[in-house]
Ligand binder design. Structure first.
Ligand code: GRG
Length: 296
């Protein structure tokens, strides 16, 4: 992540919010809470929370509501990772340099930990007490939009097509569907939700939506590139899993050079989308540049 004091502070605030919201390790039944906490605090970059907070800050929103939204986003993201690592899906043993959830806690607990995190995210998103000063209709709209982003027309849909097209002939349209849905929808929802909770006007929300879509796709293209060229010490896992699983990726469909070019173009377009903002959107600009340059 960009390591400015601003992002370090958000990381700390998000972690403190998660720690407050998730039942403690000893809370009955302890196995599920230990498992949920294990993956939540296993060293994630907190990218979606940072996008949400930076979007809220760009439109002058206040911190408490967006931090609760940010924590819910990280719970959702963590659930997708736990489930994606399961033997029935990607069957990965290591994530972020540590045992995946099912390797540590067993498959049934890992499935339930993912379910528990997903459910808790919506418990938070639908509890007005976590969103002081925000209209109930706005809270509902953000909760509804978050649900749509991760359902069968969003993340889940992208994941389904990703599985169905393993070993398939390269097809750019299918690949764009997978990337924009599997990863892009939640990233876009993070930016939009932060802006909406911050009481952004329609023009600001539209501009930030374009920004979110561009950085979302750029993020996944870089993820594809890192799976080929990344350093396992930084990635916390062995690269090459996409090739092994014969997944359609940007470099496999259009070639490495074109993949890099597309990521750069998307980053430029994301920055252009912020033109209506002054320096209040500088943190979003930093995030777009970080996403394009990241090494893990
Ligand atoms: C619902 C099972 C299920 C899956 C949905 C999002 C997703 C599809 C699967 C996650 C697996 C995956 C590796 C997707 C590729 C892009 C991605 C989300 C990478 C990890 O995100 P980072 O880099 O993770 O933000 P950290 O470790 O920083 O939290």
């Amino acid at each position: 992540m960009p390591f400015s004091d601003y992002f370090k502070a958000i990381h700390t605030e998000v972690d403190a919010t998660l720690d407050r919201l998730i039942p403690g390790d000893e809370t009955y039944p302890p196995s599920i809470h230990q498992s949920m906490r294990y993956s939540l605090f296993a060293g994630g970059k907190r990218l979606r929370p940072m996008l949400a907070v930076a979007a809220s800050d760009a439109v002058g929103g206040s911190r408490t509501p967006v931090l609760c939204f940010a924590a819910a986003l990280e719970m959702i993201h963590t659930y997708t990772l736990i489930h994606d690592d399961l033997p029935a899906l990607d069957d990965d043993d290591i994530r972020r340099g540590q045992m995946t959830n099912h390797m540590k806690f067993g498959e049934s607990t890992a499935i339930l930990a993912g379910d528990g995190l997903l459910t808790m995210a919506f418990e938070i998103l639908t509890d007005t007490a976590f969103f002081p000063g925000v209209a109930v209709t706005t809270i509902l709209a953000v909760a509804n939009e978050t649900a749509s982003a991760i359902g069968s027309l969003g993340t889940i849909g992208g994941q389904v097509v990703d599985i169905e097209y393993e070993s398939a002939v390269a097809d750019l349209a299918v690949l764009e569907y997978i990337h924009t849905h599997k990863t892009g929808k939640l990233i876009t929802a993070s930016v939009r939700g932060g802006a909406i909770l911050g009481d952004a006007d329609d023009d600001q929300v539209s501009a930030l939506t374009v920004y979110g879509k561009h950085v979302g796709l750029a993020f996944q293209i870089i993820d594809d590139i890192l799976d080929i060229e990344g350093d396992w010490r930084k990635l916390g896992k062995t690269p090459g899993s996409d090739i092994k699983k014969e997944k359609m990726t940007y470099p496999s469909v259009v070639g490495m050079e074109a993949a890099r070019k597309r990521a750069t173009e998307l980053t430029d377009s994301a920055l252009e989308a912020l033109e209506m903002f002054d320096d209040e959107a500088d943190h979003l600009r930093d995030l777009a540049k970080y996403i394009a340059a990241r090494t893990f």
